[in-house]
Ligand binder design. Structure first.
Ligand SMILES: Nc1ncnc2c1ncn2[C@@H]1O[C@H](C[S@+](CC[C@H]([NH3+])C(=O)[O-])CC(=O)[O-])[C@@H](O)[C@H]1O
Length: 323
């Protein structure tokens, strides 16, 4: 059983108190029907050494503690345990001198996004599809009062909890992760900024998804949306076949301009396309902490401008909008 009591306590005294009505039964159901590996992952998290530290640097490499605060045997223990929570996709992290070189350089995504977001100082922020929670720590670094992540991935929850348990107390109490999908969220209208990065193309009904994101924002709040796009104008949208870059669960890939039209039709304001970027083989790659296939295996070996299925290789765009 995963203990969410501290997170729920924080929720009760937050502007999102109403979330409790739907969340509490969802968390009960989560604990009553645990994923087959949840107990094993939980034991891994519980066995991590408790090394109290005041040090946390939530910068490009999210760093907890310093090498002097742990022994070599602590580091060997942390490494051995966290290797059992593979694959580590989103990071990087440094825990008392143990460097977790994740599949993605998520810091590069943040560098593209951060210049375009509202000042997060004192703000309530939600990250939809937060993965391991890497960007939640960056949002805290940017001044957020509280950061809330949702993601149905059980392994990502356990990776987040492993990192959070090591964090200085002042950060632990500001970062929360609930294992729920966006489709199970009530219309809270209570967040200052809602991020959704890398999720839209996984949703079968992208317009319903954007409407759900809208219903979470306060009037005047900002949406920060990052997704795979295709080249083209306001009328261009691609629905790939069964697989795109080997992923089975990819649905609509609009052009950035078409996505702007979708946002406009749903009543978003101040819509801007703020970044366009082709994902490089340096940004997403196999590492010691993610030993499975990665981008290089998903692209045509003879022409890396194409995926193995013959589509254009992934381009990602960042859009911002307001409600
Ligand atoms: N219904 C859903 N509701 C919420 N999350 C979902 C849902 N379905 C899948 N996800 C989650 O969305 C995340 C997408 S990954 C982006 C991570 C991070 N944001 C990043 O930008 O680096 C991108 C990728 O690997 O394709 C995963 O963690 C899923 O579990």
């Amino acid at each position: 059983m995963i203990d969410f009591s501290n997170d729920l306590k924080a929720l009760i005294s937050s502007p999102h108190k109403q979330w409790l009505d739907t969340l509490a039964p969802q968390l009960t159901a989560f604990n009553n029907n645990p994923h087959g590996n949840l107990k094993r992952w939980q034991r891994v998290v519980e066995q991590l050494p408790r090394l109290d530290t005041e040090k946390g640097h939530l910068s490009d490499t999210v760093t907890v503690g310093s090498p002097e605060e742990a022994s070599d045997s602590d580091r060997a223990r942390i490494t051995g345990l966290l290797q059992q929570l593979q694959p580590w996709r989103k990071g990087p992290f440094d825990l008392f001198g143990v460097f977790i070189d994740t599949e993605w350089r998520s810091d590069w995504k943040w560098q593209r996004v951060q210049p375009h977001i509202d000042d997060l100082s004192g703000k309530q922020v939600l990250d939809v599809g937060c993965g391991s929670g890497y960007h939640l720590w960056r949002m805290l670094e940017a001044g957020a009062e509280q950061v809330w992540g949702i993601d149905p991935g059980e392994l990502f929850l356990m990776q987040f909890q492993a990192i959070r348990n090591m964090m200085p107390a002042k950060y632990q109490e500001k970062a929360h992760f609930f294992p729920v999908g966006i489709e199970h969220m009530p219309e809270l209208k209570s967040f200052d900024t809602v991020f959704s990065m890398g999720v839209l193309y996984h949703r079968r009904s992208p317009l319903a998804f954007l409407q759900e994101l809208k219903s979470l924002l306060k009037p005047g709040g900002q949406l920060v949306l990052e997704t795979i796009v295709v080249e083209g104008d306001e009328t261009t949208v691609m629905l790939p076949g069964e697989r795109y870059a080997q992923m089975r669960n990819v649905w609509f890939l609009p052009s950035a301009k078409a996505l702007s039209v979708w946002l406009e039709r749903l009543g978003f304001k101040d819509i801007s396309i703020v970044d366009h970027n082709t994902t490089s083989l340096e940004e997403q790659r196999r590492t010691k902490w993610m030993t499975g296939e990665s981008l290089a295996d998903f692209l045509d070996a003879k022409n890396p401008d194409l995926t193995v299925e013959g589509y254009k290789a992934p381009i990602r765009a960042v859009l911002t909008a307001r409600v």
